[in-house]
Write a protein that binds this ligand. Structure first.
Ligand code: PLP
Length: 241
């Protein structure tokens, strides 16, 4: 358990070192804890230490942990593939931002549900910057169009973009993914759409957070480096089946 706090300190140090190296302020980079497969008891170690931005990939896990975590202050993002039949649960279990909106059909159904409940929601657009079949996310060529259409749905507020970088030991190939996300952010800002303020760039994980911060990440999503290795392969979370 104590390792969790030591590991967070190490990750914070990596964030601070990178920020210093590239002339950014460490406060510009938020640490989001990717808590898939992590028990509520272990998540609470981090929450009680003040690391309160967490995210699940699966609605089922969000649901299972909800009761155990609800009295410990925290902010829930959602970072996994979201099926439209789970939208109700996303709202019920108090997710404040869905980072993984990647198609108009999902945005439209989120909007319909939000409207009927009299709610609003922050979202990020997830982009598939690595061109890998196995990952979700809108195709980069479709992002501007998607943003324009989502911007017409008044209950949804686009606050940023999210991506999972290429899994590769070749840093420059990973960097290209993050550069592409930053480039798309600039293009969206230039559109100057009402109700669209894509200031957040959610990119970088345990293995590539330095590269992501160098390219402008404002949120890094870290699991393994804090909670240790998971028994499930990521394909379990990132593939359709
Ligand atoms: C699991 C996960 C992370 C964290 O990955 P680690 O390599 O464990 O740090 C980040 N983003 C998403 C979407 C994830 O599913």
């Amino acid at each position: 358990m104590e390792n969790i706090l030591q590991n967070i300190a190490l990750v914070q140090q990596r964030i601070a070192n990178t920020c210093e190296r590239v002339g950014r302020k460490p406060e510009e980079v938020k640490l989001l804890l990717a808590t898939k497969t992590v028990t509520p008891e272990r998540i609470k170690v981090a929450l009680n230490a003040g690391y309160t931005l967490i995210a699940e990939n699966k609605v089922q896990e969000l649901k299972e942990k909800y009761e155990a975590l609800k009295d410990t202050p925290h902010t829930n993002h959602f970072i996994g593939h979201l099926q439209t039949n789970k939208i109700k649960d996303i709202l019920r279990y108090e997710v404040s931002c869905v980072e993984s909106v990647d198609r108009l059909d999902l945005a439209q159904k989120l909007h319909n549900r939000l409207e009927s409940e009299g709610k609003e929601l922050d979202i990020f657009i997830q982009v598939n910057t690595s061109n890998e079949e196995s990952k979700f996310g809108a195709d980069p060529s479709e992002v501007l169009n998607l943003v324009k259409q989502v911007a017409t749905l008044p209950t949804l507020h686009i606050k940023g973009l999210m991506t999972i970088g290429l899994f590769s030991a070749e840093t420059e190939k990973v960097r290209a993914c993050f550069k592409l996300l930053k480039h798309l952010q600039q293009e969206i800002i230039a559109l100057n759409l009402p109700n669209v303020d894509p200031r957040e760039l959610s990119m970088g994980m345990s293995g590539d957070l330095e590269t992501a911060i160098e390219e402008g990440a404002t949120i890094v999503r870290v699991g393994t480096a804090i909670f240790g290795k998971r028994i499930y392969p990521d394909s379990y979370y990132w593939n359709e089946k």
